[in-house]
Write a protein that binds this ligand. Structure first.
Ligand SMILES: *Cc1c(COP(=O)(O)O)cnc(C)c1O
Length: 410
């Protein structure tokens, strides 16, 4: 082994010794409730493909048509010669869906976060983040060079005291609050009405990451801001095309000058090859499908599955209705053992560990899809109960990890 490799092996050993080592697992089938991995079939409770759009014919056909018409590559960054029809169609569709004046698409939600925060604040400004914010929001805030302050998760008093500090510090600087609406690892919701009121009171801006809410919440499925009645009061609305919409890519939408500023300032947008036209066409088809009766039925079916699981396994249903159902185990080793015992039983439910969640808050993160069947839900319940009887969940002093089931069987 070269000295280079020896050094890297030493670093990997540090990761292994704290049970934080990760490995890729090859899947040889489309995303769906049943996936093929290691030449066996696994019941999939790990995907963010909430509405089952990832393998939906209407999206696939749109991608194929775009390939036939535009080829596979976009050729350059959007600002050089890569701004193709499908990019513009997608952005028109996003703006119209979100009822916003304009939108800009990115190759991922991660890139959208880096581009937006990096364009809006500099060294003299302040970014205030919820403590459980996604890594891309944290990295974007750090890279921006602005002063970074963290408020305790969903704690409005803490947020207000930081806003007061920020305004005392520099009356004229930009103060940007950043939060998720539905939190990715816990499935709980931000108190959006309160956050928006505080934002206005302290003359701050709000960037809202609706990665796990777009397509799932609100009368028109725009997200939690719509459900909370504050859709027109959030300056910077962010989403991903890779979760409920079933494809990949990210977006920012809002006022026209916001989008023009991003086109001029967002480095992941400016210095990166535009996404393949096929991806954009598929996402546009996903947005269209979402707004049909078919899409609404999928969304309703998803929340019926959520209700069925939380009725059978009340320990999972402590928060507001959400297809993200965390089962906090605590210790990383126990979480890994539980995930591997579930895999033995044919279920794919990942152990989520630091840094995705704080240390010693490792968990099984279960996600539901509209395409799960009643039988899949029964298998899930049976597997979790069996696991608990085997002691594999090892709840110990952590009562929240205990699986309680409903007293009467249905
Ligand atoms: C998944 C996710 C992102 C990143 O979006 P991608 O399109 O997957 O890059 C951003 N924010 C949150 C909260 C997410 O869960």
């Amino acid at each position: 082994m070269s000295r280079f490799e020896t050094e890297l092996e030493r670093r990997l050993e540090d990761i292994r010794s704290t049970n934080l080592f990760r490995q890729l697992r090859r899947i040889d089938s489309p995303q769906s409730p049943e996936i093929q991995a290691d030449s066996r079939s696994l019941l999939n409770f790990s995907s963010n493909d909430y509405l089952g759009f990832a393998n939906e014919p209407a999206l696939k056909e749109a991608a194929i048509r775009a390939v036939e018409r535009f080829g596979v590559g976009s050729g350059s960054s959007r600002l050089i010669c890569g701004s193709l029809g499908p990019h513009h169609d997608l952005e028109d569709a996003i703006a119209s869906f979100k009822e916003q004046p304009a939108a800009l698409s990115f190759s991922s939600g991660f890139a959208a976060a880096l581009g937006a925060i990096g364009s809006l604040v500099t060294r003299d400004d302040v970014v205030i983040l919820d403590k459980l914010s996604h890594a891309c929001l944290i990295d974007a805030a750090r890279l921006s060079g602005a002063a970074l302050r963290i408020f305790n998760h969903n704690d409005m008093e803490d947020l207000e005291s930081i806003l007061r500090w920020a305004r005392d510090r520099a009356r004229d600087s930009t103060v940007l609050i950043v939060t998720e609406s539905v939190f990715s690892m816990d499935g709980d919701h931000a108190p959006l009405k309160e956050i928006v009121d505080l934002k206005d009171k302290y003359d701050a801006w709000l960037m809202l990451d609706e990665a796990h809410a777009t397509g799932l919440y609100g009368a028109n499925l725009r997200g939690l801001a719509e459900a909370a009645g504050v859709g027109s009061r959030v300056e910077i609305q962010m989403g991903t095309l890779g979760k409920a919409l079933g494809v990949s890519g990210g977006f920012i939408c809002g006022a026209r000058p916001l989008i023009d500023l991003l086109i001029n300032r967002a480095r992941p947008f400016i210095f990166s090859t535009a996404p393949s036209p096929a991806i954009c066409a598929a996402a546009t088809a996903g947005l269209a499908l979402l707004q049909t009766e078919f899409g609404r039925n999928r969304q309703r079916a998803l929340f019926e599955r959520v209700a069925q699981v939380t009725a059978r396994l009340p320990a999972l249903g402590k928060g507001p209705p959400c297809p993200i159902l965390p089962l906090v185990v605590g210790d990383e080793t126990n979480a890994l053992a539980a995930a591997s015992a579930l895999r033995e039983r044919g279920l794919l439910i990942p152990a989520i560990r630091f840094p995705a969640v704080p240390r010693n808050q490792a968990r099984l993160r279960l996600t539901l899809s509209a395409t799960h069947s009643q039988k899949d839900i029964d298998s899930l319940r049976d597997a979790l109960i069996a696991l608990q009887m085997d002691g594999a969940l090892n709840p110990g002093s952590k009562p929240e990890a205990a699986i309680q089931t409903e007293s009467r069987t249905t």
